[in-house]
Design a protein around this ligand. Sequence first.
Ligand code: ZN
Length: 663
Amino acid sequence: MLNLWKDDEASHFAGDLGLRVYSSRLLGRDKSLVLHGGGNTSVKIEGKNIFGRAETVLYVKGSGWDLEHIEAAGFSPVRLDHCVELAKLAALSDPQMVNELRTHMLRADAPTPSVEAILHGILPYKYVDHTHADAVITLTNTPDGERRIRELYGDSVVVIPYVMPGFDLARLCAQLFPRDARPNTIGMVLMNHGIFSFGATAKESYDRMIDLVARAEDAIKRAGAWQISSQPNAPARVEKASDVALRRDIAALRRDISNISGAPMIVATHRDPASAAFAQRPDIATISRQGPATPDHVIRTKRLPLVGRDIGEYVKEYESYFAAHASSTREPKTMLDAAPRVVIDAEFGVCTAGRSAKDARIVFDIYEHTMEIVQRADKLGGWRALSPKDIFDVEYWDLEQAKLKRAGKTPAFAGEIVLVTGAASGIGKACVQSLLARGAAVVGIDIDRAVETLHTRPDYQGIACDVTDEAQLIAALEVGVRTFGGLDMLVLNAGVFPAGTRIESLQTLEWERVLRVNLDSNLVLLREAHPLLKLAPRGGRVVVVGSKNVSAPGPGAAAYSASKAALNQLARVAALEWGGDGIRINTVHPNAVFDTGIWTEEVLAARAKHYGMSVEAYKKNNVLRVEVTSRDVAELAAEMCGPLFAKTTGAQVPVDGGNERVI
Ligand code: ZN
């Protein structure tokens, strides 16, 4: 546990709130303290209200902000008096509590204060820091966790038994803290939840947090429970470069998860040594199934992981869990989707599921820490998590349910995966953009390495790949499946347009090269993608980027025109063969798209001159007199994958501004 405080850095932050921002960011930088919006901090500042009367304001982390990147605007200013008085009420529902906090803020546009705001308010210290530190949770989540905590910290912390976060917890702390605090008390441990520290200055409170957590880490080390094995037992099948059955099995698991969830899901598989070793533990079924580590983890990773692939059993178990607890507690009317968010399989490793690649990534980040916590606690003598009822209460927390309702409209292709060839430039690059904008996770492949860095975001994976090399194509498909879980859509765009050559001088090698790129590579990809497309939760879609040349060829382009015409025929046969598998194949025929790599200003000027036209007129040399851009083609291709074309297959749609020879 490193103390990251640096006086010279801190000096750039002015005032009480500025230092609150600084030390909150330091906490956020250490992932063993807080993860993805977890943890919260506050500072109490005295000031004058608009009438000149003295007033203390609690600046507490607003929901939706991450400590690591928080700004002053991320702290919600709440009137402290009101906060403290609320804690004296006998009962307050969570929605009422949120309403009270929101209506007693000093800034109308501030974010909703953290659900732990009242708890911050009742602690009589200027600065209060709260984390869900892994080391503390490791200690609390053991059979004799409370004894361990009391032995380790003595009077320096007040220990609070587990209560769900929200009003009831704040009220309990308001009762227990004044009773149990001693002059040397510098913190508070919430069993199965996390730890608080406090101080008169930002530095004092931060230093105490680091010190308290470091002591927990040392205790785990002294007990010999720190080191956990990260050596998988056997090399798993997944490590082979290509394996049709493995790809299909992962895609089948994703389809099952998606069906239960009621919407397509991304499933990311993780085979790093720590995940692989965990997944291969002989006691994995028991050790992983005793519940998540903290309320925070429940919300993100759901209740339990699925161990193995028997999803039917999992759903039955979830339904009986819901039935058992729904009647006894807050009586939620609807069951949350039963689909697991974590799947542990000896062969796949640790798989995490989410409605987007980002969500699946967050689940993994949290589960990475859960794996460590569980295994260390196990070494300490046993892992004991929250009770099923406590987990249920968190999972069906009305605040979380309200958040889900507020989440709003999901994009059209959320949870779906598309592979685009020739993705580094021109129409392919535009297709990547259009599909990302519709919420799809995109695998972009191209011979140009620029494809690898086209986007840096969790829902994009760029792979440099020569489409004429069968092994490379299959490997790319495999990376896509392991990263996102399957394949729903395929955009066949990669192609070459060689310099004009008349047939009498067309060399065999050149002819073969053009056909290999424009035609053969697409056969390989279609063939290898078929078992995956067949498992797409909403049915597979293929869009072929054809050409005007299919119906209106030009002299000097024999190889190109023949390759595109053959590809067109391949697509039509695929539409016939795969209709029964729910896979649709449609083609766009673009023409004269000039905003691509091949068309430099000079080439364009030369061509326009050749036809005796201005560049402007040349670009719009079609029936509608419009310019056709890469984006126009990409948007049509993306729409062809959507509901508008749900009942269309084998179609060919020109996107060329109208061409007299085609019409
Ligand atoms: Zn907390």
